[in-house]
Design a protein around this ligand. Structure first.
Ligand code: CU
Length: 490
């Protein structure tokens, strides 16, 4: 038995070696440490979501990277200020693009206005601390060190000055790409995105200047989980874009400091993923794991137009902590791939008679709310089970996702718009109290009375204009749209 196991183990080891050799075979066989460099150049550095030009066919060179550390105030979300520590003035830090065999001369400059020493650990570096041991630099100083790029791949870099977690939590991370000989295959669009988790004294959305919260960071309970350093960095007019038929490549990193990302694009499938930013390619992937301090390169062709939502599919992070981005794709509809709604009708689960009963019963049974206070009382109960999840208990909504109902100029301008939204749902961009929202509200299956009551409750709460919405008003709106739909069909 023992011998058999040994043989099996031996066979497995042999298989592993063979597989290892095989995957080595598709790499350049030259020892990367022996690749000669030609001339020198200053590296192009870019702020997210953009990346420098591909290396293409250029020879390995001496690449000079000038990276400046800046401690600066920024906005975590609307009205929420946060002091970020940055590589190059952005979170994530400047994207660095190199090729295998490059000799990088790294200049780390700590701006004189900064308060703290910092350093840099690049995961692309073969050497102690990934450069951290050679790069600790005080404000108003510069440190220089050199390294040779031995392994192609997409690597995270970060500050590694104590307390390391705090430096990373404040935004000190970015990506460095080491392209293989001849460069990566060309694509139409390339973007740079990094996820990060943030820990603030105040809860999500709490206004004003928010200091870092070490307790929450140690407990791994972030208030914010975001792409590119802030809520809304990639939504609305800051969305990344492509045209139908183009191939999009995203260099996706995760700075952490704590959470692992389940990166997903709603309505797309990754044609190719360089798992963990390395050599191994997986195909036809729905969601890819991006470790803290790790990366992935995802590629997909966009076949249909529309807005595609980027999320961490640990989904409360997306809808409640900010991990949402957008890819807007322009172009003609492609009905054979995606038809859009082709039919909408009544669904009778168990036949018409049974379907109709609860509603008739409900109306007959419920003491119809006659006065405004009665309507408000009934409406509050409906709000609690229907609207509350998105619009929140005090009608405050969720920043960048669901508009507020409190003191809402949108609602107060015209109750017909409110009735239509509840009756038929709402999609596309709307502006509420000066802020743009672009999410989807589903139509609510409520009776005329229920809609009247819930809207009367909303209008009589949180500083709204006390409109009394009645069942006949709702009925009237319902009728109008039916007539319109009829016109279209005829
Ligand atoms: Cu630092």
């Amino acid at each position: 038995m023992k011998t058999k196991l040994k043989i099996a183990a031996g066979f497995l080891a042999l298989t592993a070696i063979t597989v290892g050799l095989f995957s080595f075979g598709d790499k350049d066989t030259t020892d990367p440490s022996k690749i000669k460099v030609e001339g020198e150049m200053v590296a192009e550095l870019t702020a997210p979501p953009f990346v420098p030009k591909p290396v293409g066919n250029r020879a390995a060179t001496k690449l000079i990277v000038n990276m400046e550390i800046k401690e600066m105030e920024g906005e975590m979300a609307d009205g929420v200020k946060y002091t970020y520590w940055t590589f190059g003035g952005s979170v994530p830090g400047s994207f660095i693009r190199t090729r295998i065999g490059d000799e990088v001369q790294f200049h780390l400059k700590n701006h004189p206005d900064n308060k703290l020493p910092h350093n840099i650990d690049l995961h692309a570096v073969t050497g102690p601390g990934g450069g951290a041991t050679s790069s600790l630099v005080a404000p108003g100083h510069e440190k220089v060190f050199n390294f040779k790029c031995l392994n192609p791949g997409l690597y995270v870099y970060h500050c590694a000055t104590a307390p390391v977690g705090m430096h990373i939590a404040n935004g000190m991370y970015g990506l460095i790409l080491v392209e293989p000989e001849g460069g990566l295959p060309p694509v139409d669009k390339e973007y740079y995105i990094m996820q990060g988790d943030f820990y603030t004294k105040g809860a999500y959305g709490e206004q004003g200047s928010q200091p870092f919260d070490m307790e929450k960071a140690i407990k791994e309970q972030p208030d914010y989980v975001v792409f590119n350093g802030k809520v809304g960095a990639l939504t609305g007019d800051k969305a990344i874009t492509a045209k139908k038929g183009e191939t999009v490549r995203i260099y996706m990193g995760n700075g952490g400091p704590n959470l692992v990302s389940s990166f997903h694009v709603i309505g797309e499938i990754f044609d190719k993923v360089n798992i963990e930013g390395g050599h191994l390619i997986n195909k036809d992937v729905q969601t890819t794991l991006v470790p803290a301090g790790g990366s992935a390169i995802v590629e997909f062709k966009v076949d249909v137009p529309g807005t595609f939502i980027l999320v961490d599919h640990s989904i409360f992070r997306a809808f409640n902590k900010g991990a949402i981005g957008m890819l807007k794709v322009d172009g003609e509809q492609e009905k054979t791939i995606y038809s859009g709604t082709v039919q909408e009708g009544i669904y009778l689960a168990e036949g018409g008679t049974i379907q109709n009963m609860p509603k008739e019963k409900g109306v007959a049974k419920s003491t119809v709310a006659k006065t405004v206070p009665e309507q408000v009382k009934a409406g509050k109960e409906i709000y609690g089970r229907t609207c509350f999840a998105c619009h929140q208990s005090e009608g405050q909504g969720i920043p960048n996702a669901f508009p507020p109902l409190a003191k809402s100029d949108y609602l107060n301008a015209n109750p017909k718009k409110a009735i239509d939204a509840v009756l038929h749902g709402l999609s596309g961009e709307i502006t509420v109290n000066g802020k743009k929202y672009n999410s989807v509200m589903t139509s609510q299956n409520l009776t005329d009375e229920e809609i009247a009551n819930v809207l009367t409750y909303v209008y009589n709460s949180w500083g709204n204009n006390k409109t009394n919405v009645t069942a006949p008003m709702v009925k009237n709106q319902r009728g109008k749209v039916v007539a319109k739909a009829k016109d279209i069909h005829e």
